[in-house]
Design a protein around this ligand. Structure first.
Ligand code: MTE
Ligand code: HPA
Ligand code: MOS
Length: 770
């Protein structure tokens, strides 16, 4: 059902409460961080007296004030809440100050007197590779005989792919409120995708038990992966200040601080060596994959694993070697971001295929098709999972036809032959994205449902709402299960005291997981009500059904609320928990082998662009998307996810450039210097469709498929369309790096161009003169 978002009326009228909108106790303090101004160094002296003397300041907290463990890293404990003695990036938190208002706290934080002893800083991937600096040991995955196949291949190409990072740019920045409760307990209100992790880390930081810490989140103004691990830092610092002062502390990062302090999408580079035959089929591939992890591990292990596991995208790599280096740099620690390494892995293979096609003078789509996974053979991934539900052929065939790709490709080639200045480009790329957390244990969820005596329902589950529509989808599942209208269901804030030990709302799996858990809870209550109806009305359970807010019992009909009231009087329990764990999955993270994914989500997109070869500016003219969501839980929400994901991907690959100077200072830390797409970047011609009549072949909730992340990778078509336009001149393989900013486009054109910008300019004036 295309029910509107459960909070739509609140979003549009400004009444939706985000963490920053929550009313505060009168004596609340406001926090601000003091940050490192150097990339790597030892703190020689730290004088916080001026901070404490600053107007309105009540307390400061440093590493010495953390009663428990001074760490917010979950997988590897290498993330200090407050830098102990060594700082490892510009923006590293060193202390936090609490003052009576927000601007006084921020002003006070700037008063600290710090002296450092600088240490050598590694700032990029190449430097880290040279120094063999990693946050985790490197990994290697080999299938077949790639080296031998490379030697024998009739054609061979070696090149490097560069892929930039990305800031999450959630509209609501990181924020937490910590309120001391009775007898050592603490309430944390946090903008987090992972309330249970915030709970655990605050408990460790305060040396308390998890049972003493409650974390709540009603909604986020966007997370995109940036609120999977990072909120624990904000919450822990707020909790330490609250513990020290005994007062509520609200800690909110302004945009610049947020961009400086918190992790982003990993930038990657990939050196590859590919061997292929005359038809463009890949015979052997060796890839050295390296990412910038920043100073600590954070989620870099699973992110890089997912990059390795999506390096195939939709293509069968029979003989392949992938080496994965998780590089340590003295920059912010990179983290989850929509696609979680998958987009970077897919960018590598898509550019390899594009380069093979250009080398052979073939249409890239032809080469893509020659390398697709088969349906019955050539269908085992390099990590050992059988591709059982291959929809790539069906989707690409349909999209190529409906978008008239072949005809347009030909027309664009002709257009470029006669127009040297504004060129066009087109590309059609597929997406195959694995659904499940690769770490099998995270694939579990719980729900708690209360039915009150008036027949209304309060739903709670472990997932969080960040705009993606999870709460709406799960409420619809419950409404469906109990035969109730949506108005009868209220979804309450995610709360660790209601549903415990939850996984992050991540990996696009939350409706699969929480939908099933909530369905189980609702089914349990329906089962009890059915049994009660059978006993009371002398019918069998197949004579009882729940529909339209009514219960049909034999020939009788009763309002749901009436049956509930009767059941209550008969002392039937009207509250239930539900639990779900994903079946069929297993994965060994040491060998990178197994069946990590329950199923795959598929899609494809065609992008057409114009590139001004004088300025390097690009414009997305047209896009067609066909995406697989199984049997959609909510087509309107799914369309929103497809469109939003695609455009966020376009931003990643075209305009969002993170730039650090030689001192390791991020200079793009505000919207003035960091350009995210806006509504005006949406192409003038577009069509977004969902694959119809194609339920998930696995038994997921209502046979739907996950939709949160996969559409982001549809934007690779836009990047490759730009590459197509840049290649237009000479047919050479362009060295275009992502993001394809105007500068990057110009550099790529200059590198392959037979003529310089100056020469092209004179061509324009010659054209004008003629
Ligand atoms: N959509 C909105 N509007 N805001 C977000 O922060 N995050 C994305 C995606 N879509 C996000 C979003 C990411 S990174 C993930 S993993 C999924 O939503 C998480 O939610 P789901 O599991 O319910 O799809
Ligand atoms: N995806 C997203 N987030 C995660 C994952 C994953 O596979 N594993 C741990 N956090
Ligand atoms: Mo999404 S990157 O899995 O939060």
């Amino acid at each position: 059902m295309s029910t509107r978002h459960e909070s739509a009326h609140l979003h549009v009228s400004g009444r939706a409460l985000y963490t920053d909108d929550i009313p505060l106790p009168a004596n609340t303090l406001h926090g601000a961080f003091g940050l490192s101004s150097i990339a790597h160094g030892r703190i020689r002296t730290m004088d916080l007296a001026p901070v404490l003397a600053s107007p309105g300041v009540v307390a400061v907290a440093t590493a010495a004030d953390v009663p428990g463990e001074n760490n917010y890293g979950s997988a590897v404990h290498d993330d200090p809440i407050f830098a102990p003695d060594v700082v490892e990036y510009v923006g590293a938190p060193i202390f936090a100050v609490a003052a009576d208002n927000y601007s006084r706290a921020r002003k006070a934080a700037r008063g600290a007197q710090l002296e450092y002893e600088p240490l050598p800083a590694i700032l990029d991937i190449r430097a880290a590779l040279a120094a063999q600096a990693t946050v985790l040991p490197s990994q290697r995955l080999v299938r077949g005989r790639p080296r031998e196949m490379l030697e024998q291949a009739p054609h061979r190409l070696q090149d490097t792919v560069y892929i930039g990072g990305q800031d999450h740019f959630y509209l609501e920045g990181q924020i937490a409120i910590a309120t001391p409760q009775e007898d050592g307990a603490m309430l944390i209100q946090s903008s987090t995708q992972h309330p249970s992790e915030v709970q655990q880390i605050v408990a460790h930081a305060l040396a308390r038990h998890s049972s003493q810490i409650t974390v709540q989140c009603r909604r986020m103004g966007g997370g995109f992966g940036g609120k999977e691990t990072q909120p624990a830092l904000i919450a822990a610092a707020a909790a330490v200040l609250a513990h020290k002062t005994g007062r509520t502390v609200k800690l909110r990062l302004d945009r610049d601080t947020d961009m400086l302090m918190t992790g982003k999408r990993h930038d990657f580079l990939a050196d590859y060596d590919v061997g292929f035959d005359q038809s463009g089929r890949i015979l052997g591939l060796a890839v050295m994959l390296a990412s910038r992890c920043g100073y600590s591990a954070d989620l870099s292990g699973p992110v890089n694993d997912r990059a390795v596991m999506h390096l195939d995208n939709a293509y069968y790599l029979e003989h392949v070697e992938i080496v994965s280096h998780r590089c340590k740099t003295h920059t912010v620690s990179n983290t989850a971001f929509r696609g979680f390494g998958g987009p970077q892995g897919m960018m590598v293979i898509e550019q390899i295929i594009d380069s093979i096609a250009r080398t052979l003078g073939l249409d890239p789509l032809v080469v893509r098709r020659r390398n697709f996974y088969g349906t019955h053979e050539r269908n085992v991934t390099h990590y050992g999972q059988v591709v059982e539900d291959n929809l790539v052929h069906a989707i690409v065939d349909r999209l190529a036809e409906s978008s008239r790709y072949a005809e347009r490709h030909k027309r664009i080639t002709e257009w470029n032959a006669t127009r040297p200045i504004v060129r066009r480009g087109i590309a059609l790329t597929p997406v195959k994205f694995g659904i499940s957390f690769t770490a099998t244990l995270f694939n579990q969820a719980g729900a708690l449902i209360h039915v009150y005596t008036d027949g209304t329902v309060l739903l709670n589950h472990g997932g969080t709402e960040m705009g993606q529509g999870l709460f709406t989808k799960v409420a619809e599942v419950v409404a469906n299960e109990l035969g109730l209208p949506m108005a009868a269901i209220r979804v309450s804030a995610t709360d660790t005291s209601k549903v415990p030990n939850t996984s992050a709302t991540a990996a696009s799996a939350s409706s699969d997981l929480n939908g099933k858990a909530a369905q189980a809870a609702a089914a349990a209550i329906r089962g009890r009500l059915t049994q009660f109806a059978c006993e009371t009305y002398g019918v069998t359970d197949n004579e009882v059904s729940f529909r339209d807010g009514q219960v049909f019992i034999g020939s009788q009909q009763l309002a749901f609320a009436e049956l509930v009231a009767q059941a209550y009087r008969a002392r039937v329990s009207l509250s239930a928990t539900g639990f779900y764990r994903t079946p069929k999955i297993q994965y060994d993270k040491n060998t990178l082998q197994g069946r990590p994914f329950f199923y795959f989500a598929y899609g494809a997109a065609v992008s057409e662009v114009a590139v001004d070869t004088l300025t390097g500016e690009t414009q997305l003219l047209r896009v067609e998307i066909l995406h697989d969501v199984g049997r959609s839980l909510n087509p309107a929400i799914d369309l929103g996810q497809i469109e939003g994901g695609f455009l966020q991907g376009v931003g990643w690959l075209t305009s969002e450039e993170l730039w650090w100077n030689a001192r390791g200072e991020l200079r793009t830390h505000a919207p003035s210097t960091y350009k995210i797409p806006t509504a005006r970047d949406w192409p003038p011609r577009w069509e977004v469709r969902m694959l119809e009549n194609c339920p998930n072949r696995e038994e997921t909730i209502h046979r739907s498929k996950a939709v949160g992340e996969p559409p982001l990778m549809l934007a690779i078509s836009t990047f490759l369309a730009i590459r197509d336009a840049v290649a237009g001149v000479s047919g050479a393989v362009p060295g275009l790096v992502a993001p394809a900013t105007p500068e990057a486009v110009l550099r790529a054109i200059e590198a392959i161009g037979t003529e310089t910008v100056g020469e092209r300019l004179s061509m324009v004036s010659a054209e004008a003169d003629a």
